[in-house]
Design a protein around this ligand. Structure first.
Ligand code: ARG
Ligand code: GLU
Length: 698
């Protein structure tokens, strides 16, 4: 009995020792492979990543540089999130064809819709070239000199790599610049929209449920990769054919239950797990709050306007989602950091680090790092906020200010080089057209009045510029840009909005941004040194590289969690919960009639769980972040069981402070995806091209 207890203890230690991490796919042998096996995986490191044979990695594509997507048929069918395909779905939508509201399903290949500019990129190979990149870099160099040596070496390495004509290379820094990898990539550019559920499924619960569990969102959409006659990447052509992939993911119909192994494979964007306490304090106490306030003010205006007209709703859908998403995440992040005592804990850890430095005689080499961080962040905090506030107002929330900012960039380009006029003008015209495609001057003026007072570095808030400026209307904006360069600049400098914004922009360009860059560079360099010092002083700790938009593996298990005293969240949600949340006619919680009917008639086909219910979402202990949206959740055998799309509210702090007790990722169950495609949309041709498997039935 005692022995059994001991064994059980060992098992629990093993599971709870699972501390997260986003691992490099080419380096899984050793520690990760063993840990994965202990968590229930039957996959070898080579099943996941293999340069010479097809492997799971060949099915994982970086979707437009921001999300993840995966191939789920031998016809290049792509699965990603609804919110990842959102701007494409929006751009095909109009009042007549409202694909946001009604969904879209191409019933044959001819109906699949091309998307200009959209691309999916795959990883061909990954190689550690640290020695090469750091050659010639010495301790006596300044941060600038080091950086320029590193760029030079990286360029040489990129140029010297053998690759096919349609492939690309890039070098990326890991462990804050302590390790470097070279990636060979392959980019497909003919990507067509195949299907998307209505927003009332794909974005069910909208902002209220965003970042929250229990969750009931069917956050998926489908695309298809087209390739040329040789099955190679090509620009859009109607003659292109569905891509035949090296690998695609079979889909499991057996689903998941608590404790099952899950692997999430994708392109996490950015994390900062090794920040000093002083940085976490600055971000959550000063930086986040000021940006939250600006977004909140903008959202109040945009949200209200979207409810008044379908035209505004469609135009502002994508923008609103973008603004609201980070706004809510930052609030959760602040709460989580506070509640988990992250700052105090990080200080405690720093004391351990300092003790270890002393014990190992490393004090002289690294002892000044932490005090230096304190000094740097002290100087940094104000300018960091100023700079970000400018971005929030002039790029994220207010469109008229954005147009003046882009116009300023044109003027600046011409002032440094008069020849640059035509090119700079073309770029500006492109931006103006993009903005005006989804522009409503009243909404924007409302946003201006709301956010400008929060930009503390402005003398006045003058909404009358909206009546006088040429930029509020595409035609007059384009007319302003006609003529000789001198005349255009003259006209531009007479424009009311431009005149208003120019001194603010100049202050940003000439004062705020350079000051920010200078301190930021010093912080980055110190962070590199800190990482080196950590690994030297505390070599036995678990170090995983921060996310940097490269392909990573994160693994864990299906698990619920206890966010508060006496509360436990089950790991799986069901269609019953959709019905519980249903509010007829509500903009967040309406449910399509067809889905209600399917629920009534229990017409679930092969997609129900053992308990007879249709699973919708589930939780895992996979360590994910922004960019992991659309990543496949893969079972112990390499089959698709879900689609990652979010994290839980209490765990959004995981970008700075991963806590295995409380941090969970949220996935849509693959069976819900299939159920919607098959039973709801009737797109059976898509089900037929997939490979549906039963790994649990031997
Ligand atoms: N929170 C998820 C992510 O970070 C989903 C976002 C979907 N957008 C929304 N406003 N509901 O991307
Ligand atoms: N929804 C996020 C994304 O767009 C993923 C959620 C997260 O940040 O974990 O990538």
């Amino acid at each position: 009995m005692k022995f059994l207890k001991f064994i059980l203890l060992l098992i629990t230690i093993n599971v709870s020792a699972q501390q997260g991490g986003m691992w490099i796919p080419s380096l899984l042998e050793g520690m990760n492979e063993e840990e994965m096996t202990n968590l229930g995986s039957k996959l070898t490191a080579k099943d996941i990543y293999d340069v010479n044979n097809s492997s799971l990695k060949d099915a994982i594509g970086h979707f437009n540089g921001g999300c993840t997507s995966e191939i789920i048929s031998d016809q290049g069918l792509i699965l990603t999130n609804h919110h990842c395909g959102f701007s494409q779905i929006q751009s095909h939508s109009s009042l007549e064809n409202d694909y946001l509201k009604d969904g879209f399903w191409a019933m044959n290949l001819e109906d699949e819709l091309p998307n200009e500019g959209l691309y999916i990129e795959f990883i061909v190979s990954i190689e550690d070239i640290t020695t090469q990149v750091l050659s010639g870099v010495t301790d006596t160099m300044t941060a600038k000199e080091k950086q320029s040596q590193i760029s030079k070496n990286s360029n040489v390495a990129e140029g010297a790599t053998t690759k096919e004509a349609w492939q690309d290379t890039k070098v990326k820094a890991f462990y804050n610049g302590n390790q470097y990898f070279l990636f060979v990539t392959e980019r497909f550019e003919d990507i067509r929209l195949v299907g998307a559920p209505p927003t009332s499924i794909g974005k069910f619960g909208s902002d209220t449920d965003n970042w929250v569990f229990p969750r009931h969102t069917g956050d998926f959409s489908m695309f298809r990769i087209y390739a040329d006659e040789n099955n190679k990447p090509a620009k859009y052509s109607k003659d292109n054919k569905p891509y035949k992939p090296k690998h695609f993911l079979p889909i499991s119909l057996d689903g998941i239950e608590e404790g099952d192994f899950t692997l999430v494979f994708g392109f996490p964007g950015r994390t900062n797990e090794y920040l000093p306490a002083t940085a976490i304090e600055h971000i959550t106490k000063e930086f986040n709050p000021s940006n939250i306030a600006i977004r909140e003010a903008a959202l109040k205006v945009i949200d209200a306007a979207m409810k008044t007209s379908d035209d505004i709703r469609i135009k502002y859908a994508s923008k609103q989602a973008r603004i609201a998403n980070a706004w809510k995440k930052w609030i959760g992040e602040n709460l989580g950091i506070e509640k988990s005592n992250a700052v105090a804990n990080r200080r405690k850890f720093e004391n351990e680090f300092t003790t270890a430095l002393k014990a190992k005689g490393l004090e002289e080499k690294y002892g000044s790092i932490l005090p230096e961080f304190d000094t740097l962040y002290n100087d940094f905090s104000e300018v960091n906020i100023r700079r970000r506030n400018f971005i929030e107002v002039f790029i994220v929330t207010n469109e008229l200010m954005q147009m003046t900012f882009r116009a300023y960039q044109m003027e600046a380009a011409v002032n440094t080089n008069p020849e640059a006029f035509e090119k700079a003008k073309e770029r500006l015209i492109g931006t103006l057209k993009g903005i005006h495609k989804n522009y409503n001057v009243d909404v924007d003026k409302g946003v201006f009045k709301a956010v400008m007072p929060l930009y503390k570095y402005t003398a006045s808030v003058d909404p009358s510029i909206y009546e006088k400026s040429a930029f509020t209307n595409l035609e007059s904006a384009l007319a302003l840009l006609e003529g000789k360069p001198e005349d255009v600049l003259k006209k531009l400098n007479k424009d009311a909005a431009y005149n208003y914004a120019k001194p603010i922009i100049e202050n940003f360009i000439k004062t705020i941004d350079p000051e920010f860059q200078q301190i930021n560079q010093a912080i980055t360099a110190l962070q590199t040194k800190y990482m080196t010092a950590l690994m030297e002083a505390l070599p036995d700790a678990r170090y995983f590289p921060d996310a940097n938009s490269t392909l990573r593996v994160t693994y864990g298990q299906v698990r619920g969690y206890a966010p508060r005293d006496a509360v436990y969240y089950q790991p799986v949600s069901y269609l019953d919960g959709v019905i519980e949340k249903f509010i007829p006619g509500d903009y967040e919680f309406d449910v399509p009639k067809k889905l209600l009917e399917l629920y009534e008639s229990k017409d679930y086909g092969q997609y129900a769980d053992k308990n007879g219910k249709v699973p919708v979402c589930f939780l895992g202990t996979n360590h994910t972040t922004g960019g992991n949206s659309g990543s496949p959740a893969i079972d112990a055998h390499g089959n698709l069981v879900g689609l990652n799309f979010d994290r839980v509210w209490e765990g959004t702090m995981s970008d700075m402070n991963y806590d295995p007790e409380i941090c969970r990722n949220i996935m849509v169950d693959a069976r819900y995806v299939l159920f919607i495609v098959d039973k709801f949309a009737g797109a059976t041709r898509l089900i037929e091209e997939m490979t549906l498997v039963h790994p649990k039935k031997k």
